[in-house]
Write a protein that binds this ligand. Sequence first.
Ligand code: BGC
Length: 420
Amino acid sequence: MKSFTQKLVVTTALVSSIALGAISAQAEPTAEVLHYWTSGSEAKAVKALKEDFEANGGKWLDAPVAGGGGDAQAAVLRSRVLSGNPPAAVQIKGLSIQEWAEAGALGDLTKLGEEEGWDDVLPPLLQKIVKHDGKYVAVPVNIHRVDWIWANPESLAKVDGEPPRTWEEFNALADKLQAAGITPLAHGGQPWQDGTVFETVVLGMGGAEFYNKAFIEKDIATIKSDTMKKVFDQMRKMRGYVDADFSGRDWNLATSMVMRGEAAMQIMGDWAKGEFIAAGKVPGKDFLCVPTPSNGGYILNSDSFAMFNVSSEDDKAGQALLARLILGEKFQETFNLYKGSIPARMGVPTDKFDECAVKSMVDLQSASESGALVGSMAHEIAASGAIRGAILDVVTEHFNSDMTSDVAVERLAEAIELAE
Ligand code: BGC
């Protein structure tokens, strides 16, 4: 059966694929850029790209869609493609890139990639994400690590607390904080945020093999296992650690709660660090970054821009310029310093990156060597849109009800089977 995106594109008769390397000299490079980077730090990061683009003669048409994790943007993108008018460049990720490429909606950047030597500067891991059938169809901007705890050191000090290294320690610390009248966990009750917390617990309690068996192989015995029940038990505990107003809260507002000491910790990817940095906070002093307990695991998320099929020479020139700039060494540094992530490109000097970023770089390397590196399910690296949606539905329903862990694993198995 064809996926939703395949059907969309097949029925809308889009322009045939284009070779983005060949651009006419007279074209005025133009790009409508669809993205969901609307928080303070995200806006700074995307502004750096816009300014670079404009300084190189490009005309930038900004198309932001608010909504963390990109679910609101995904709906806009589908309707734009359906109406035969896709934006030139779109911030999408992982399997979503593959699905749009499969549907024939993306331009071919391979010639440009050859000219620019992308094969030599991009780690194979990221090449796999942005290539489809051996052709470049997107360019990666960064690597975000998902499995982080952001903690307020003053809040921890109030209960003589140390950053947790196991989930038992996490619970013990959270209990102490709660007893002292401090909200242990800043959280925004939105499905993608619930899913973000959930996947860190899956990796932490089950390990990388379990994680991949559940999310990639969709192995039913794994999904219904006692370990998965323990994951849901932990999610139930987490539900008890959030404040009364968590429903619907945006992720960056949860980050502000930690900054202001209104909550002690947040479990969120390192785009949260961008917010601390934008507020002038110093890592190690004003806030702590500690991986969620997982015995050396690492959950990878990577943002990319995919170039959709466009017909005008201006748009094609805009796409080529944008793609070239994104992988530039200087841009990779500037952008990722704002964004909280680490560069997608190899060999970018690391001296300006803070201790959290350096830890991300070091841990990425060691997790990749030990086999503990996994792709994010909640951020579409390890799971397709349909599977991710099915998982998030159950995780969110469990979080917001008194569903038992036994029922949750059954529901998860059913939802995944239906989505396949
Ligand atoms: C994206 C980040 C973004 C975050 C919040 C993640 O899925 O990869 O770039 O900052 O969502 O919107």
